[in-house]
Design a protein around this ligand. Structure first.
Ligand code: A3P
Length: 345
C-alpha cells in the first residue's frame, strides 16, 4: 500500500462534531490523507487500496476534475467523439454506465443508502438503483472490455497510477468561485451529503480545504503541471462555455478523431445545455426518483460562467480574490479572464 494512503488522520473531534451538524448525510466523519490533506468521508479508508491499485489500461480514456467543473458534459463529449458519434447508444444507455465513476461507492455510505433502500422498498426498479450505489465501480470496470471510459475526481497524485499507463487523460478545470457555488448547491440538494448550512459557511469550508476531494488548488495545479504530456489534455470549463466547437475540435484532435463540420454541428446540438438538461441519460434522473436528489437539485444548472456573483457578498468577493491571487502567485496557471468568459479574478 502506498505510504500516502496509510498516512491519513481523522479530522479533529471538535471540527467533526461541528461538521456532522452541517452535513446530515454523513455519519462516520472525515479523513485527511497524505501531506496535502486530501479530504474525504471516512469510507475512503475502507476502499483506498482498491482505488490506488486499480489497473489502468493503455486503451482507457479518463476524465479527471474537481467536482462541478463540467465533468458530465466532457464525459458525453469524449464518449461520443471516441465512439463514432454513436448518438443512438448515447440516447438509450446511461452515461454513468458508459463512463463509470471510479469512486462512486466512496460517497455512498452503505448505512445511509440502506435507508433509501427501505424507503424505496415497494418499487423494485428504484430499490435496485439505491442498492447499486455503494457497489464498487472498480470491480465493474475490471470486468469491462476495452476501450473503457472512466471518471474520477481523485487528484493525479492520489488516484490510480495513470500518468505512465499510456491511458489518455483529459482534465477539466473551472474557476473556483463558480465551482464553489455549484458545489454548495449539490451538497445542499443531495440527501447523502445533506448540507444544511448557508453559503458563507460552505465557502469557508471550501477555502479551508474541507469539502470532498479538496484541496482545490493542489488538484488543479497537479494537473496543470502535466498539461504538456502527450497523453494529457487540460481544458478550462470557461473555454467550453465560450466556444464549445473549439473544445470539441481540440478534444477530437487529442483523441485522433476527425469529423466533418456537419457532424460536429450535430454534436454541439446534442451537448447544448438546454437539451442536455432534459436528456435522461445524462442528468441522473434515477437519483431524483429514489429521493437521493431533492427535486430542488439542479444537476445540470445554468452552466454559466460568473454565476458566483449571485452568491458572494462584496467582502467575500474581496476575500476570494485575495485567496485566488495568493494561490496563483507561484504558478503560470491563468484562468481565462475576459468579461464574459471565465472571469474569476
Ligand atoms: P452550474 O451548477 O454552474 O450550472 P459537473 O458535471 O462536474 O458536476 O459540473 C456541473 C456544472 O457543469 C454545472 O454548472 C452544470 O450546469 C454544467 N454543465 C452541465 N452540462 C453542461 C453543458 N452541456 N454545457 C455547459 N455546462 C454544462
Amino acid at each position: 500500500m502506498s505510504s500516502q494512503l496509510s498516512n491519513y488522520t481523522l479530522l479533529g473531534a471538535d471540527k467533526t462534531k461541528e461538521m456532522l451538524k452541517l452535513f446530515k448525510g454523513i455519519r462516520t466523519g472525515w479523513v485527511q490523507v497524505g501531506e496535502k490533506k486530501w479530504f474525504f468521508p471516512y469510507r475512503y479508508t475502507e476502499e483506498a487500496e482498491e482505488f490506488y491499485n486499480f489497473k489502468p489500461r493503455p486503451s482507457d480514456t479518463w476524465i479527471i476534475s474537481y467536482p462541478r467543473s463540467g465533468t458530465t458534459v466532457m464525459q458525453e463529449l469524449i464518449w461520443l467523439l471516441s465512439n463514432n458519434l454513436d448518438f443512438e447508444t448515447a440516447r438509450k444507455k446511461k452515461l454513468a454506465e458508459r463512463f463509470p465513476f471510479l469512486e462512486r461507492s466512496m460517497i455512498n455510505d452503505p448505512a445511509v443508502i440502506a435507508e433509501f433502500v427501505k424507503r424505496n422498498e415497494g418499487n423494485l426498479e428504484k430499490r435496485a438503483v439505491c442498492e447499486s450505489l455503494p457497489r464498487p465501480a472498480y470491480e465493474v470496470l475490471e470486468g469491462l472490455s476495452s476501450p473503457r471510459f472512466i471518471k474520477t475526481h481523485f487528484s493525479l497524485s492520489l488516484g490510480p497510477r495513470i500518468l505512465d499507463s499510456g491511458s489518455k487523460i483529459i482534465y477539466i478545470a473551472r474557476n473556483p468561485k463558480d465551482v464553489v457555488v455549484s458545489w454548495y448547491k449539490m451538497n445542499k440538494f443531495t440527501v447523502t451529503h445533506g448540507y444544511i448550512g448557508d453559503f458563507p459557511t460552505f465557502w469557508n469550508l471550501f477555502k479551508n480545504d474541507l469539502t470532498h476531494w479538496s484541496p482545490y488548488w493542489e488538484h488543479v495545479k497537479e494537473a496543470w503541471a502535466q498539461r504538456n504530456q502527450p497523453n494529457f489534455l487540460f481544458i478550462f470549463y470557461e473555454e467550453l462555455s465560450a466556444d464549445l466547437l473549439f473544445v470539441c475540435k481540440k478534444v477530437a484532435n487529442f483523441l485522433g478523431k476527425n469529423y466533418s463540420e456537419n457532424q460536429l454541428t450535430e454534436l454541439l446540438n446534442h451537448l447544448n445545455i438546454e437539451k442536455f438538461r432534459k436528456n435522461p441519460m445524462v442528468n441522473l434522473n434515477d437519483l431524483y426518483e429514489c429521493g437521493i436528489f431533492l427535486s430542488s437539485m439542479v444537476f445540470i444548472g445554468k452552466g454559466k460562467t460568473g454565476n458566483w456573483k449571485e452568491f458572494f457578498s462584496a467582502d467575500m468577493e474581496k476575500e476570494a480574490d485575495e485567496w485566488i491571487a495568493q494561490n496563483l502567485k507561484d504558478t503560470d496557471l491563468v484562468f481565462p479572464t475576459t468579461n464574459t468568459k471565465g472571469n474569476c479574478q
